[in-house]
Design a protein around this ligand. Structure first.
Ligand code: URA
Length: 258
């Protein structure tokens, strides 16, 4: 008799993660990390030690689905699960990596941000919202809410990001026209961008995607290699702190400008 091929069993954690991705549902580790109730570095140990309960039951699995109505406690203390999306703006200096590889000992944005956080802000894991190249300066957002990262960086959100590029040779309005029409890049056409000559040799470019090195590639495609790049704005958030400084956005700013 012919044997039916056996279907691979879906791992329990994957089923739980899929379940937790439904609207209005989240998973325990992510909700706890966002709440600031447990320091991210202690999350795994806190769960493994049986200190976390969901609706009265000890829960050790990070992917346990939770909703805003779930009653989560750590050491018996209730954890507020309502959406607490907090966002910081950092003025990234040049020469700082967006992400460290572990082996690379160069300064990263997390090294820059760490000493600027107050005690309350240190309780969260801060995720960079998108990336900037090592030599790019300007507005880099961080959030405690991974869903904010997904929403802001998704090309579907069409959130504008405004850059100022120093280019050589000097740009003319005519040279920028292909950028307004949707210039062809090696990974497909870029969406039409807003492009202006701001000063001789300085181009303002606003894009609604965030592909790798996109601004540099777009400007190179019209014969304007970038010498310096700076991000001025993301959505309605305009960079307004000095290089190397940060501030937390108000809840109103997060709600209406991102
Ligand atoms: N586009 C780039 O080319 N570099 C950046 O850092 C950001 C956008």
């Amino acid at each position: 008799m012919r044997q039916m091929p056996r279907r691979a069993k879906t791992p329990g954690w994957l089923t739980a993660a899929r379940e937790a991705n439904r609207p209005g549902t989240d998973w325990l580790a992510r909700a706890l990390g966002r709440s600031g109730a447990v320091h991210p570095s202690e999350l795994e140990a806190t769960l493994a030690a049986g200190r976390v309960r969901v609706d009265g039951k000890v829960t050790t699995k990070p992917f346990t689905p939770v909703t805003e109505g779930s009653k989560v406690t750590v050491d018996g203390k209730p954890v507020p699960l309502e959406r607490q999306s907090r966002v910081l703006m950092l003025h990234k200096p040049a020469g700082v990596l967006a992400q460290g590889s572990g082996r690379d000992k160069r300064l990263t944005v997390v090294d820059v941000l760490g000493p600027l956080l107050d005690e309350a802000q240190q309780r969260y894991a801060w995720h960079a919202v998108g990336r900037l190249d090592v030599d790019t300066t300007g507005l880099l957002l961080f959030t405690n809410d991974e869903r904010t990262v997904a929403r802001v960086t998704s090309p579907e959100s069409h959130l504008p990001k405004r850059y100022l590029a120093t280019v050589h040779p000097k740009a003319s309005e005519a040279m920028l026209q292909p950028l307004r029409d949707g210039v062809l890049l090696d990974d497909g056409p870029a969406r039409p961008a807003v492009a202006k000559v701001r000063a001789p040799g300085v181009v303002e470019l606003t894009i609604t995607e965030g592909r790798n090195h996109q601004v540099k590639r777009m400007l190179a495609a019209v014969g304007l290699p970038v010498l310096k790049l700076h991000r001025e704005a993301v959505g309605g958030i305009e960079l307004d702190v000095e290089e190397g400084a940060m501030r937390e956005l108000s809840a109103e700013e997060v709600k209406t400008k991102l």
